[in-house]
Design a protein around this ligand. Sequence first.
Ligand SMILES: Cc1ncc(COP(=O)(O)O)c(C=O)c1O
Length: 404
Amino acid sequence: MLGKYFKHSLLKKIANRAGTPVYVYSAPAFLKQISTYKKAFKGLDPLFCYAMKANSSGALCALAAKAGWGADVVSGGELYRALKAGFKPGNIIFSGVGKTPAELEYALKTGIMFINAESMEEVLELERVAARLKVRAPLSLRINPDVDPHTHKFISTGRLGSKFGVSFEEALKIYMYAAESAHLNPVGAQFHIGSQVHKAGPYALAAGRLAAFIVKLASRGVNLKYADVGGGWGVKEGDEMPDPAALAKAVGSVFAGTGLKLVLEPGRSVAAPAGLLLTAVIYRKQSGKKNFIVADAAMNDLVRPALYGAKHPVALIGPGGEEKVFDLVGPVCESGDFLAQGVRLPEPAAGQLIAIYSAGAYGFSMSSQYNSRPRAAEVLITGPTSWRLIRRRETYKDLTACEI
Ligand SMILES: Cc1ncc(COP(=O)(O)O)c(C=O)c1O
């Protein structure tokens, strides 16, 4: 399904010019996801804050900013990138369980829309920073709605007992405290139940709990403006479009007509289908009964298969030999270094290209220099035959650039 955005002939040209491994993104595919979200939520008039952690490439973020989206950032570094990419400060929200005083100061000086705080201690720190700057900090609390999103345990965040958010009981105390503070302005409430959530049911449950809580707060004199339902809408690997209409229905039926501004933080569902990792075959080998393709991309480039057992569709570019079942692995010295396992492919020749699809999210953004491997280049396809390099390949010099 994603093939139409990534023509094999174009991928070959890109690999020839930019080398491999290389992340290839499609601007038309990215923008299609954005417009599908907009259509699904038409009438609810939400603010979409693109979760930059999924892919913080300046070129992609600039597309989201130009489309009128805001940004969800989780570090001072992401805030810096968001501003550079052109997101309006008033459309930026700051999430994360451990924002430092310096990061809170940066956010307040920037004048972002609100900060999603996750503990009483963080709220007290925010109050101190705001007092020092002589401002009122726009505060939202990440609330843990204790809802099971039925996803991988590493990306499940909405159950009590996870490190994320505060319980409704604790949130009530914090909001009452904030309402009395000269330097805190409680404006919103948020949840984020996890990532790769494929059903709307958990959202409906969490949204219902959040809405009831917001009503309770109003009865105590604290009137919020924003209801933020986080991100996490799942995307089937290899699929072009997860239809967010079910999500819109689930949260829309709860918040429509409440006067609250709905905020969403989608990341993966926007970026994943819009990118692939292109790698070249170095060697083939056999071990026992297993056939291996050793490619020039590795877990340092794409860690999702090793970390979450993620399954990315792979395709050989060009004709191959006899079809066989392969493990696609990289050169890193770890048995966990695999990109795909047990995949059926025509036997490739050394030097042939393999595309690893649905790699636009949590691919490059989670990549590292492990094994002292310079990070991959990134390319953006802008039209049927046009593309440009948006990040150069790192060099050996880059590996030691920060050492003193
Ligand atoms: C607070 C928050 N918002 C949004 C997201 C984005 O989730 P996804 O990329 O699955 O849409 C995450 C992901 O971890 C998150 O922690």
